[in-house]
Design a protein around this ligand. Structure first.
Ligand code: UDX
Length: 450
């Protein structure tokens, strides 16, 4: 398809699920298209229609306000009228089950709703697809088979279009994708999705890769699993460089990445990966391989194990300097799984705080977005949570940096340690590795020998 054929005509888009992905994509697509967002949480529907983002994402506020004011974006409950649509995209959650397999019930529910209402949203031809991360074969089962069984093949086409958005930079990432993957059941469905992006992103949609539904689904898992494995490899190398006096992790990485076959990006050692994606997707791929394919996943399971050991590595550093933490005040800076988000799902900080408290420490924790965080009652009962960095740090026997927020980096080591009883900083995210360490401060960074 050529760019010239498509520019200018707004398309009619339906997105089901107004979470990080659905809302981020909705506000971007609404710059050019007419977007209806179905969301089952009435408070989210209300705040979106008032132009107030229910999620904390850089650059989303202005885009949402413009989209609502222009009338090109509207949120409503699933029961509301759908209107005719060219593309329907399901962006609901696919959380891990207890055993690590993927819970597809929300996707299934969304598809049931759609297939009961085809005449409502399809006037000519509609591409119906999934953006949520789902195991290979899901789109065929939940979409394509339903199209065929319902005899909708002349009106509906199936697609899978993964997102590669990082929390905290979702808008940036969506506007500047490295690639757009379109798994599709036929050319007509693929070209509708392709047109949607070309209209919205213009020349930024210059790397559109079309493939089978199953290849698209697997590509998403493989991308996240490789990134997670890369982080665990970095952490394994850090475990080694920490024990070789004179070895410097950054120099080793620089030397390694000078090989044009090796990319040094995303090779940051530290407290390990958290969030709602890497842990879930690595588990999902492992369970798929084990339960459905009977294939061994030695590397993925090793990556998972290395990551699971990161909190203990941080605590080992602490123990080298504070042998008995019972009753000691330990300050933890950062609870979010990464800077730029209020999301604490699978955050390594929660694991470190819990282990400190379970071992008798008097734990204080701060995060710039604490007031927006959904902290569980048992963490609240164990940890002193404060919105004051100074209250967190005052008279503490050690400080552990768990999230590399700009606020902490800008403060600098002297200000952070100024009121501490024992000026010990364990840098779980290597935020200060390139700084000179003022005298009187004991500084330990992941990857660096003592
Ligand atoms: C990730 C993928 O990057 C994104 O493409 C996908 O769509 C969703 O999952 P996200 O989890 O939001 O995005 O954040 P990301 O920036 O990838 O960080 C994930 C975790 O890895 C964080 O806990 C972060 O602290 C950690 N990380 C990241 C490292 O430990 N080292 C690194 O070098 C990079």
């Amino acid at each position: 398809m050529h760019q010239s054929e498509v520019l200018g005509k707004a398309m009619r888009i339906l997105i089901i699920g107004a979470g990080y992905v659905g809302l981020s994509m909705g506000v971007i697509l609404a710059e050019k298209h007419d977007v209806l967002l179905l969301e089952m949480d009435p408070s989210k529907v209300e705040s979106i229609n008032k132009g107030q983002s229910p999620i904390f994402e850089d650059k989303i506020a202005e885009l949402l306000q413009n989209a609502i004011q222009s009338g090109r974006l509207k949120a409503q409950s699933p029961e509301g009228p759908l209107g005719y649509r060219d593309v329907v995209m399901v962006c609901v959650g696919t959380p891990s089950r207890e055993d690590g397999s993927v819970n597809l019930s929300y996707v299934d529910d969304a598809m049931k709703l759609l297939f009961e209402r085809v005449d409502e949203f399809c006037d000519n031809y509609t591409a119906v697809g999934i953006k949520s991360t789902v195991p290979p074969g899901t789109t065929k089962t939940l979409v394509l088979d339903k199209i065929e069984k319902g005899h909708f093949t002349d009106r509906l086409g199936a697609f899978f279009n993964p997102e590669f958005l990082r929390e905290g930079t979702a808008i940036e990432d969506a506007k500047n994708p490295d690639r757009i993957i379109i798994g599709a059941s036929n050319e007509k469905a693929a070209s509708l999705v392709q047109r949607m992006y070309m209209e919205s992103l213009g020349n930024k949609a210059d790397n559109i890769l079309t493939m089978s539904l199953e290849s698209g689904e697997l590509c998403k898992y493989v991308s996240n699993s490789f990134l997670a494995t890369k982080i665990s490899f970095a952490n394994e190398i850090a475990n080694i460089t920490e024990r070789i006096p004179g070895a410097d992790f950054d120099s080793v990485v620089k030397g390694m990445a000078a090989d044009s076959r090796i990319c040094g990006k995303f090779f940051g050692s530290g407290a390990g990966y958290g969030g709602s994606c890497f842990p879930k997707d690595v588990s999902g791929l492992i369970m798929l391989a084990k339960n459905d394919l009977n294939v061994a996943t030695h590397i993925l399971q090793a990556a998972q194990r290395v990551n699971a050991e990161r909190p203990q590595r941080i605590l080992d550093f602490l123990k080298e300097h504070v042998s008995d933490i019972k009753g000691k005040k330990i300050a933890v800076l950062g609870i979010a799984f990464k800077p730029g988000t209020d999301d604490i799902r699978e955050s390594p900080a929660l694991k470190v705080m819990k282990q400190l408290s379970d071992n008798g420490a008097n734990v204080w924790a701060h995060d710039p977005l604490l007031s927006r965080m959904e902290i569980s009652e048992d963490i609240k009962n164990q940890i002193n949570l404060t919105e004051s960095i100074n209250e967190c740090l005052k008279n503490s026997d050690a400080c552990i940096l768990m999230t590399e927020w700009k606020e902490y980096i800008d403060m600098g080591l002297e200000a952070i340690t100024d009121t501490m009883s024992n000026k010990l900083l364990i840098d779980g995210r290597r935020a200060f590795v390139n700084r000179d360490i003022p005298s009187g401060i004991t500084y330990r960074a992941i990857g660096r020998p003592n």
